[in-house]
Design a protein around this ligand. Sequence first.
Ligand code: BTN
Length: 255
Amino acid sequence: MWLNLRALEERLETRYVGRRVIYLTSTTSTQDVARAEAEADAPEGTAVISEEQTKGRGRFGRSWVSPSGANLYFTLIMRPEARRARALGMVAPLAVTEAVEQVTGLSPRIKWPNDVIVEGRKLAGVLIETEVQGQSLKYALVGPGVNVNFDIEDTSEIAGIATSLKRELGRETSREELLAMLLNRFEKLYESDITDVVQRWRLRLDTLGQRVRVTFRDQVQEGLAEDVDADGNLVLVQADGKRVLIEAGEVTIRG
Ligand code: BTN
């Protein structure tokens, strides 16, 4: 069933996030549409939502499986001051986890920096793309993908590593309710004190205290994920006791 935009709007408590919606039944990627909109001066908080993506993309150039009518795929156009831009990478996964918790009672965790996981499997991911002009940030495209009513067992390529709310709960979840809650949480967190956001995000992190391997482009670093700093960087303690700060990368837990 298609998303009921009226039911979504009735549940919205935001001032600007999700107040302007571009709703599509199919597109390549909501990030592409949002980029064109952002270039055409779309207001902050504009949400591009699609029922299906034919070229949904994830971090590190991966694809994001985006079947029609079951999940949430959307991109928010944000125009943060530079100081706030980095916080978006924490605000978005936190908004997803808090909304899922509120609507379903599940307590998702976050795999650094912004994968949302349940029982070790990925429930949601966030892709953030930014456009810089000179020294300043022109806009950020914040794109969460959440597996909601997806019969994921039928998609063999990701069934082992990914999950959906339907798989976890054994029933369907209202996408309107979840999306509205997510947008409400997103705006609140985006406007709150960054120190608070880091603290709440840190409490959800599953990665801390684990021995991990972090891969970024052709670099691999291993060690104990000790903590995160005030900007959300991962503090890794290497075998020789040296501490390194990691800004970006993909974490795998070492057994
Ligand atoms: C990841 O974990 O690698 C990030 C996945 C992000 C997927 C979402 S779905 C909505 C938006 N449009 C895209 O093409 N990607 C993001």
